[in-house]
Design a protein around this ligand. Structure first.
Ligand SMILES: NC(=O)c1ccc[n+]([C@@H]2O[C@H](COP(=O)([O-])OP(=O)(O)OC[C@H]3O[C@@H](n4cnc5c(N)ncnc54)[C@H](OP(=O)(O)O)[C@@H]3O)[C@@H](O)[C@H]2O)c1
Length: 321
């Protein structure tokens, strides 16, 4: 079978010929039909992810067949008993250090499988698991988002960001976005955003506040230098939820934080119940994840470069059909 395997940091990837996985106790084989990238895959190839294990098949997201059952795969492995946070001594995510989904076959425990939403193609369904789960927990469990509340989602071109955007629009929230690309902001407006701002514009928050007012919730994965601008657009008692730090460390302005009684939350992936709830939401609202592009496995380096350069709008998917 074909597999994209991580061997060395900063080396072009290639397709390896591997033997089919050996089944562990109670595991089943999934014939992967489509798999989706996450920024995690790029971090791994750049050596910027903990616990790297050369020889591991990459990929956390996948959809495929077990016999003739169409399934999607929950990328959590051993979240543990506490719904509030994963058991850090045991928790891993498919695709490092355990073999992942960029391969024709994967062995998983059947409790990792859910029926593929019927309204989604294999490629659309593969786009869902990791991003959808992260977006769901950040928006609802941590962010407490409900209909009519105002939420700002930063870096809307990102895979998780766009899924958070789609979930928030689906439940009737008022959704605003930032992006480093005016074109991506326009695309988000076309999909239901009430407005947006380019985070590359100096003091973008001023025109944002005068045009749209302030927001009740911010969902961010960038951190970095512009972080305080996100606090500036917050209503008193708003929440800021961070699930990533793409732009690195930030120095938080404490005055902004305490004066407005703001609350900052961290969020990672989501527990198994949240995975089920996320899929239920997708089924209920017939949400179709935005797929930026579908690549063949042979073209994996072009896909990785596109994500590294941040050129995508939505998920980058591999078709293995
Ligand atoms: N904690 C978790 O469980 C978890 C789960 C998933 C992802 N993550 C992390 O979250 C981040 C995003 O992951 P992803 O897979 O969605 O990545 P992605 O698809 O590669 O998206 C990255 C996006 O970051 C945005 N960005 C870049 N600079 C920004 C800035 N200064 N301000 C705001 N946004 C900025 C860009 O948006 P524009 O193109 O619109 O400018 C870009 O599209 C990564 O750091 C990843 O490791 C964490």
């Amino acid at each position: 079978m074909r597999a994209i395997v991580f061997n060395e940091v900063n080396k072009p990837l290639e397709i390896s010929e591997m033997s089919k996985p050996t089944l562990g106790t109670d595991e089943v084989l999934v014939n992967i039909k489509a798999a989706a990238m996450n920024h995690r895959d790029v971090w791994i190839t750049q050596g910027m992810y903990p616990g790297l294990k050369p020889g591991t098949t990459l990929g956390s997201c996948g959809a495929g067949l077990v016999g003739d059952r169409e399934v999607i795969i929950n990328p959590n492995v051993n979240w543990g008993a506490n719904p509030d946070y994963p058991d850090h001594s045991k928790y891993t995510i498919l695709g490092m250090p355990r073999n992942g989904t960029f391969s024709d076959w994967i062995a998983v425990h059947p409790d990792r499988l859910l029926d593929k939403p019927e309204h989604l193609s294999m490629e659309e369904a593969a786009a869902l698991p990791l991003g959808g789960l992260t977006a769901y927990r950040a928006l609802f469990t941590k962010g407490g988002l409900t209909a009519k509340k105002k939420v700002l989602i930063s870096g809307i071109g990102g895979g998780v960001a766009l899924q958070a955007f789609q979930f928030a629009v689906a439940i009737g929230a008022e959704v605003f976005v930032t992006s480093g690309s005016d074109e991506k902001i326009q695309k988000a407006i076309g999909l239901g955003a009430k407005g947006g701002a380019n985070y590359k514009t100096e003091k973008w928050y001023k025109s944002f506040i005068s045009e749209f007012g302030m927001v009740d919730l911010v969902i961010d994965s960038a951190g970095g230098k512009g972080y305080n601008d996100l606090l500036r657009v917050c209503n008193p008692r708003a929440r800021i939820v961070n699930y990533g730090g793409t732009r690195g460390n930030c120095v938080i302005n404490p005055q902004l934080l305490f004066w407005k009684e703001l609350e900052i939350y961290g969020s990672t992936m989501g527990n198994d119940q949240e995975f089920q709830d996320m899929v239920e939401l997708v089924n209920k609202h017939k949400i179709i994840p935005v797929v930026d592009a579908v690549y063949k496995l042979d073209n994996c380096n072009a896909a990785f470069t596109k994500m590294h350069e941040g050129k995508q709008f939505g998920k980058i998917v591999f078709s293995l059909q």
